[in-house]
Design a protein around this ligand. Sequence first.
Ligand code: FMN
Length: 208
Amino acid sequence: MTTLLHLDASLDRNGSATRRLSRAFVERWVRTHPEATILRRDLARDPAPALTETFVRAVKTPPDRRSADERVAWQVSEDLSDEFLSADRYVIGMPMHILTVPSPFKAYLEQIFHAPRVFRQDEAGFAGLLGGRKFLFFVSKGADYRPGAPLHAFDMLEPYLRALLTFCGVHQTDITFVTVNNALSPEGPDAGDAVGANGQVAQLAEGW
Ligand SMILES: Cc1cc2nc3c(=O)[nH]c(=O)nc-3n(C[C@H](O)[C@H](O)[C@H](O)COP(=O)(O)O)c2cc1C
């Protein structure tokens, strides 16, 4: 059975462009997938804690020798990871912050992206363990990062997420970005992108 994790990384809980798109998509998608389980993680309301020295000590300590604090820090990570891995589809609202993913999302990644859960390493090298899962990102950026724009090479968000998921074995065709550029332009977000994003919400909700 399909389990979809709906995650929002925007800290703006009222006026967020990426939240509006991810919510609109999930609302449409459930109509054609009524049997699916929907999980929700809102990083503004329920943030993943930043990693601590205690957690790093827990990683280096055998389970039966961990202190009470180390066990708590480890369990937080295990619980977030269990939730993440129980899904096979991911719909993620993702604003650009300082050219890349917002820090609450990076903190979430640091809690869940561990071996041997999302990748493993042996004599043969690294092997990703997330193959077969599908990721759909609704991205909004203040400026214009499209190919040909002066800032194109400064985009560390989409290439980063693609590299990370590819490393973990996700197929390129299972990673989709729906992106609105120029959200902070005085003229408003790029009209083509905005219309395209709304169109993609409807189109992707049918077949994704
Ligand atoms: C802390 C912060 C950092 C940002 N950094 C960038 C940036 O580096 N480049 C950019 O184009 N826009 C940047 N923005 C603008 C957001 O990407 C843009 O407003 C986006 O539409 C926000 O999405 P949201 O409404 O879903 O939160 C930043 C916004 C914030 C709050």
